[in-house]
Structure formats: C-alpha cells, structure tokens
Design a binder for this molecule. Structure first.
Ligand SMILES: Nc1ncnc2c1ncn2[C@@H]1O[C@H](COP(=O)(O)OP(=O)(O)OP(=O)(O)O)[C@@H](O)[C@H]1O
Length: 301
C-alpha cells in the first residue's frame, strides 16, 4: 500500500508539488496525468525514494519511501533512462542485479523471464545499437531485476512508436495481473484509460481530481446533445446547409425543436456526444477541480 499525505516538494523556493494526498492499494494500477510541469515526475521521484519531501509523508507498506528496505521492493523507470551504450543488454541487466545483491543464477532467470515477456531477443547486442523501443524495453527489464512489488514508471511509453507503445501498455497490465502495484505517469490519456484502476489529475503542482475514471466522468463529464435543425434558431451555427445547436438536457433539445418549428423548420438530426477523457481532463485542469467552474466548451468525440 502506498500512502502519500500532504506531500510538498520545493526546488529552492519553487513549489513543484503542493498538498498532494493519495493512496494506492496493493495490486492496483494508478495513473498520474497532467500537462508539462504539473509535478508528475517530482511525485514519482519521491515515491521512488529519490527525492526527499519538503513536507508531508510518502510511505510504502508503512515505511518511508526513501528507506533502504522500501527501495529494495521498488522498481523505478525514469522518463529518460540513460543506458550504458557499450554494454550488451544481458551484461547491463546483470550489473543492476549485482547492485541489488541478487545471486547470479536468480538474476539470470529473472532477466531471461523479463526479456522473454518483453519479447526482446537481442540480449547480446550492444545497447548503443538498439532502437529506441528496444532500449525502453531494456530499461523496463532493469526495473524488474530486483523482483519489486511496486513499480513506478515515468511516462513508460513516451516517444515510442504506436506498436511498441501498445506493447508497453499491455505489459503494464500484465505486471498488475501478477499482483504488482503500478504507479505511472502519462500524457496520453488513452493509455491511462486502457490500464488504470484509478487516476489522479495534476495541474500546477496540485491534484485537482482523483478517483476511478468512471466516477470522474460522472462527476465532471456531461453528455451533450448536438441538435441539427433545417432552419436557423437562436445560438445555432450553420453547418453543411443546416444548423447545429449544442445543449446539455433533453429539455434543451425540446426548446430547440420548438424554436425550429416556430421558424418554419424542423429538427433534422440529434446526436448524443459522451464526454471524452481528453475533454474531461481539460475541463478539470482548467477549473482546478471545481466542478461548478468547469468550462462549457463542447468537446466532440
Ligand atoms: N531540479 C529542479 N529544479 C528546479 N525546478 C524543477 C526541478 N525539477 C522540476 N522542476 C520544476 O518543477 C515543476 C514540476 O516538474 P515535474 O518534472 O515534476 O513536472 P512533470 O509533470 O513531470 O512535467 P513533464 O510532463 O514535462 O515531465 C516544473 O515547473 C519544473 O520546471
């Protein structure tokens, strides 16, 4: 269980994360999403015990995240992982296993498992000769050499081609299915939707909303009705020889229908538009998590 309470992290005088509180249950996949500079990496680095909180606490299984015991239980994948280019994948992974005092036979078995799971066949190829996707897989394999219970992945699929991206996302699901706890950050909301049980949305250092995606959708997202009429009605915009008006209730639809009839026309088409995750995210980030201040901008699927 990961327990983050009132986390605050300053760099010099600059507050990068403020009053951040969340918890992640064992075996859960938890996503942290937010725009550039929101504080995702800072949060993940404190979880990984690499940064000390300025205030608040970050505990994993009841122990401070930066304690020696906890760090042994944890695998961290940094956003950019500089690898030793001249080493082969195998020697590099063995090197990291040695740092964790994993006996060679156990390490070799784990490395073989991880590389097989990741479909990375080139264990004897120099890392410098590998593609970006292969390097990312080596970095992921590295995060597994100590057989961690908790995985903290910073943008695991960042900069990868769609195929490798899908692969990495699927792999994250497998790690959770094995009973590991996974916390990861992402820009691409589609990936979050694919894998996460719950998400936290960060903006400017603060968590502005968190919960299961379905709940966030119910809480913040609203269904919109796009009503097309054959004649102009107040507030409608012309589109392909007819007029479109966006409303949020069926009463609104009826009002548009009535207005069209009064103007000698009729309702031509009605489309229901469910909130997209992208639109939801923008609304929450803009409103700072306060539902009543959410933007009314329509977002099309
Ligand atoms: N070492 C540092 N010294 C000073 N400021 C920093 C440092 N690291 C991060 N920051 C600042 O803290 C804020 C949060 O950065 P952080 O990297 O945590 O955000 P992020 O959400 O991960 O962004 P990105 O999506 O761009 O990786 C940013 O304004 C960043 O410029």
């Amino acid at each position: 269980m990961i327990d983050v309470r009132n986390l605050r992290k300053e760099y010099g005088g600059f507050v990068a994360v403020e009053d951040s509180t969340f918890s992640v249950a064992d075996g859960e996949v938890f996503g942290i999403i937010g725009p550039n500079g929101a504080g995702k990496t800072t949060t993940l680095k404190t979880l990984a015990g690499l940064l000390e909180p300025t205030a608040g606490s970050v505990e994993i299984d009841g122990r401070a995240a930066d304690s020696r015991e906890t760090r042994r239980l944890l695998g961290f994948l940094p956003e950019e992982s500089p690898l030793y280019e001249e080493m082969t994948a195998l020697s590099y992974l063995r090197f990291f296993a040695d740092l964790y005092d994993v006996p060679r036979d156990v390490a070799d078995e784990r490395i073989a498992d991880a590389l097989e799971q990741l479909e990375l066949d080139h264990r004897d190829r120099a890392i410098g000769d590998m593609s970006k996707g292969m390097k990312r897989k080596v970095a992921i394999a590295r995060s597994l050499v100590n057989d961690p219970d908790v995985l903290v992945y910073d943008e695991p699929a960042s900069g990868l081609d769609p195929l490798t991206t899908n692969y990495v996302i699927e792999f994250t699901k497998e790690l959770a299915a094995e009973g590991r706890t996974v916390v990861f950050s992402a820009h691409n909301l589609y990936h979050v939707e694919e894998v996460c049980d719950r998400v936290a949305i960060m903006n400017e250092g603060r968590i502005v909303a968190q919960g299961p995606l379905e709940e966030l959708r119910d809480q913040y997202g609203r269904t919109e009705y796009h009503v097309f009429t054959t004649v102009e009605v107040p507030g409608a915009v012309a589109e392909d020889g007819r007029y479109r008006q966006i409303v949020e209730t069926m009463d609104g639809v009826e009002r548009v229908r009535e207005a069209a009839r009064e103007n000698g026309g009729k309702l031509d088409d009605l489309r229901t538009v469910e909130p997209t995750l992208e639109g939801l995210f923008l609304d929450i980030a803009e409103s700072g998590g306060r539902d009543e201040e959410r933007s009314a901008d329509p977002t099309e699927v």
